[in-house]
Design a protein around this ligand. Structure first.
Ligand code: ABC
Ligand code: CA
Length: 485
């Protein structure tokens, strides 16, 4: 599928090993031991109802290729990022047929499959010479098809993240488990990777790829790779600066929105957070990225960062922060387990198994997510320019509140927290041009309406620090499942 076909989608990100098992096992998963816990592609296929019922229409799964087998100093390759053979699949997750069944099952439901792919490195366990302060050596014959030292950049760990040559040609990982950095300057290797991605996308009817470690490969590698993939590409560039991401927005369709994630996380972690830092980043991105904020992948959690609820369990703050990805110009991405209220800390603790919850749909955050997806769908249905019109911020005098306008949605967020009393409010003047005089406007989280004043303005009082998502009542009609009257 093309970038345009992904624009209106909503993505559920999961780790294949941790989402669902084939036979609905209820065995616990000890995240700290960093071992395979038994999740499979068949397991995902069997639980698509759970994902779809929350309103998602795309699923991002872990890397699918064969990984290094057995124990390393950092456990097993259950996450899938330690490629051993690009031409085989990871049988811990199932068979080729299983993967094809998952792909077909998604398509039958009108959903998209996104697969995580890695170009930057492959992995083989080093000998332990580094223990004597020497450089480790590697048995590249374990890796397919890049089986000689010539296929890789000479060993050096990235020392200086401000030196882009270091970032691209030295290795990520650490002394204990360095990740062999592929020589992506070699034309033969480039051809091999381009043919590989074309074949993979075709074979499994993949609709989009999430590209790992994009900033660790030279920028001009990416356009041909993306073209060979032939589908939507979204890249991971872990950096907090829009000026750094800018160049990447020109070589692939889309980038994960890390620059906004940093102020989003700190802004909503406590009432002391600064919400205007979010506004600043967004305005910069809208000005500098190739497509503005459109097509950025907007998220609150992922598998590399502690979960939001590791930082705060104030449910008002949680619900505010969770609302953001669904009300901005980007494509919303929800990391599995957030809807169940998971609280895991940094890798590996943020990779809990989902099955112990029994895929419980009665949880409050499951409900919250349903409403968020439904509101976004309703907005798309009500305004055919929703996906192509930039959001804007409506100025507020209080720095603990944020008013995000993306008609017909008006997101009212605050970091006042659930202990806040009284004073927090949003003032939306009639001059913002959002509502008609006297029009009935509904907060879709509570299905409660208020009337705009005679100039079309509204003043909304926060209640227990909760976010509010406003929409003209007249537009709810097209929205299945949203505030049924
Ligand atoms: C394993 C263990 C961990 C252990 C670690 C040393 O080794 O599991 O417990 O702590 C995979 C696995 C991981 C595994 C790694 C390494 O491989 O999932 O569990 O960790 O073996 C992607 C994926 C990620 C994946 C890989 C590797 C890459 O999403 O899941 O990890 O295929 C860098 C990369 C980024 C990568 C990330 C993990 O590391 O750039 O692509 N993610 C700075 C750098 C970043 C760097 C980051 C973390 O540090 O600039 O490039 O990310 O090392 C901001 C700055 C940022 C700064 C952050 C921290 O602060 O703006 O620049 O990031 O203010
Ligand atoms: Ca590299």
């Amino acid at each position: 599928a093309t970038a345009d076909e992904w624009r209106g989608r909503s993505i559920y990100q999961l780790l294949t090993d941790r989402f669902a098992t084939t036979n609905n096992s209820s065995s616990p998963c000890d995240t700290t031991s960093r071992k395979y816990c038994g999740g499979t592609w068949k397991g995902i296929t069997a639980h698509l109802d759970y994902i779809q019922a929350m309103g998602f229409d795309a699923v991002w799964i872990s890397p699918i290729v064969e990984n290094l087998e057995g124990e390393t100093a950092y456990g097993e390759a259950y996450h899938g990022y330690w490629t051993k053979n690009i031409n085989k699949i990871n049988t811990n997750f199932g068979t080729e047929d299983d993967l094809n069944e998952l792909s077909a099952a998604l398509h039958t439901r009108g959903m998209f499959l996104m697969v995580d792919v890695v170009v930057n490195h492959l992995v083989t366990v080093p000998d332990n010479s580094s223990k004597n302060g020497q450089d480790p050596t590697f048995d590249y014959s374990e890796i397919t098809p890049f089986s000689t030292a010539n296929d890789y950049h000479p060993f050096c760990l990235i020392q200086n993240y401000d030196n882009q040559t270091d970032v691209e040609q030295c290795w990520i990982g650490d002394k204990v488990l360095p990740l062999s950095d592929l020589d992506t300057e070699d034309p033969e290797i480039v051809t091999t990777m381009n043919e590989w991605i074309a074949g993979l996308v075709k074979k499994y009817k993949i609709d989009g790829v999430r590209i790992d470690t994009v900033k660790h490969v030279r920028k001009d590698f990416w356009p041909d790779f993306a073209k060979s993939a032939g589908v939507f590409t979204i890249g991971e560039i872990l950096d907090d600066k829009t000026s750094y991401l800018k160049g990447y927005t020109e070589v692939i369709d889309s980038v994960l929105d890390y620059p906004t994630w940093f102020p989003l996380k700190t802004g909503f972690t406590s009432p002391q957070g600064n919400l205007s830092a979010i506004t600043e980043i967004v305005v910069e991105a809208q000005k500098t990225y190739k497509n503005g904020m459109f097509m950025t992948g907007s998220f609150l959690e992922n598998h590399d960062q502690e979960r939001f609820q590791a930082a705060t369990q104030d449910q008002a703050l949680v619900k505010n922060a969770m609302t953001w990805p669904f009300i901005n110009d980007g494509v919303p991405i929800l990391y599995y387990g957030q809807e169940q209220g998971y609280t895991g800390g940094n890798d590996p603790n943020n990779r809990e198994a989902l099955w112990p919850t029994g895929f419980d749909t009665s949880k409050p955050l499951v409900d919250h997510v349903k409403t968020l997806n439904a509101a976004r769908k309703a907005a798309v249905a009500a305004n055919d320019k929703f996906l192509t019109t930039s959001m804007s911020f409506i100025g507020q005098s209080d720095s603990a509140v944020l008013a995000v306008s993306k008609p017909p949605l008006l997101g009212l967020l605050t970091n006042a927290g659930n202990k806040s009393t009284g004073s927090t409010k949003w003032t939306i003047p009639g001059s913002a041009g959002l509502f008609k005089a006297g029009e009935s406007v509904v907060n879709v989280f509570e299905c409660k309406s208020i009337n705009a004043d005679d100039k079309g303005g509204i003043t909304v009082q926060a209640n227990g620090g909760m976010p509010q998502l406003m929409m003209p009542a007249s537009m709810l009609g097209k929205a299945g499942g949203l505030c049924p009257s």
